[in-house]
Design a protein around this ligand. Structure first.
Ligand code: URA
Length: 241
């Protein structure tokens, strides 16, 4: 791996935004090979170690994971000749070339999207055997009732004949519900409502396994915390590398 700017390196390791890191470095809190550096552009060898913050060595992480609050209107892909992608939404300090999205949100769907550099992790999370809950806030074009809740609890036959695993619908407004599903078929939430005669007019993913969107603003992204990384690998029955 080639050299990388110090602020970018620390950004990848989850130490903050480019702006916060500039301040941290200029405050003299970062050392490279034991020497204090104050220039955020100082080149460092990301794999070689030698960087410390407040005297504590920064362990190199081979993999890097980002939680994005995907806005509507961008597609879940790494590149596209015509349409804006989720990569273009990421702040430059979090754009690593080997980062890719885990699964897909539709162009018009907002909310939690995980991006990772770890193909093994992504593969596990996308496996049909990963039955961790995914929660969505959905608004539909017709009133919801107990029959809809019962249908979600039983599993719903989609238009192609596939019957979903039992899920949950919690009605939170006349035409609004929180849906929990344990798999991720193509357009699943929209198709489940369509099977009940309702059209989804707004969809936002709130959580995925141990990861929660929380109050991350729309369009914002952050590296996963160490605790989130641990929980995510555990949910996929992988040991944290
Ligand atoms: N279900 C959908 O229909 N669309 C999404 O983007 C995610 C889940």
């Amino acid at each position: 791996m080639g050299k990388m700017r110090l602020d970018k390196f620390l950004g990848h390791m989850g130490f903050g935004s480019r702006k916060e890191l500039g301040a941290l470095i200029r405050a003299g809190r970062v050392t490279v090979d034991g020497m204090t550096v104050t220039d955020p552009a100082t080149p460092v060898d990301p794999a070689g170690g030698g960087v410390a913050v407040d005297g504590r060595p920064v362990a190199f992480q081979r993999h890097f994971h980002v939680l994005l609050h995907k806005p509507a209107g961008v597609i879940t892909a790494t590149e596209d000749p015509r349409q804006p992608t989720v990569m273009e939404v990421l702040p430059p300090e979090l754009r690593r070339r080997d980062l890719f999205p885990v699964g897909r949100l539709d162009k018009e769907t907002e909310g939690l999207l995980l991006l990772t550099t770890d193909g093994t992790l992504a593969h596990r999370l996308l496996s049909p055997r990963w039955h961790q809950p995914k929660r969505y806030l959905a608004q539909v074009d017709a009133p919801l009732g107990p029959g809809d809740e019962a249908a979600f609890a039983a599993g719903i036959a989609l238009e192609d004949g596939y019957v979903t695993l039992p899920g949950q619908l919690e009605i939170v407004g006349p035409q609004e519900g929180i849906v929990t599903i344990y798999e991720g078929k193509y357009h699943q939430v929209r198709r489940m409502f369509a099977a009940l005669g309702k059209r989804v007019v707004y969809l936002r993913r709130l959580s995925m396994g141990p990861l929660v969107l929380g109050d991350l603003p729309r369009g914002a992204a952050r590296p996963l915390t160490e605790a989130e990384v641990e929980a995510l690998y555990a949910s996929a029955s992988l040991s944290h590398p």
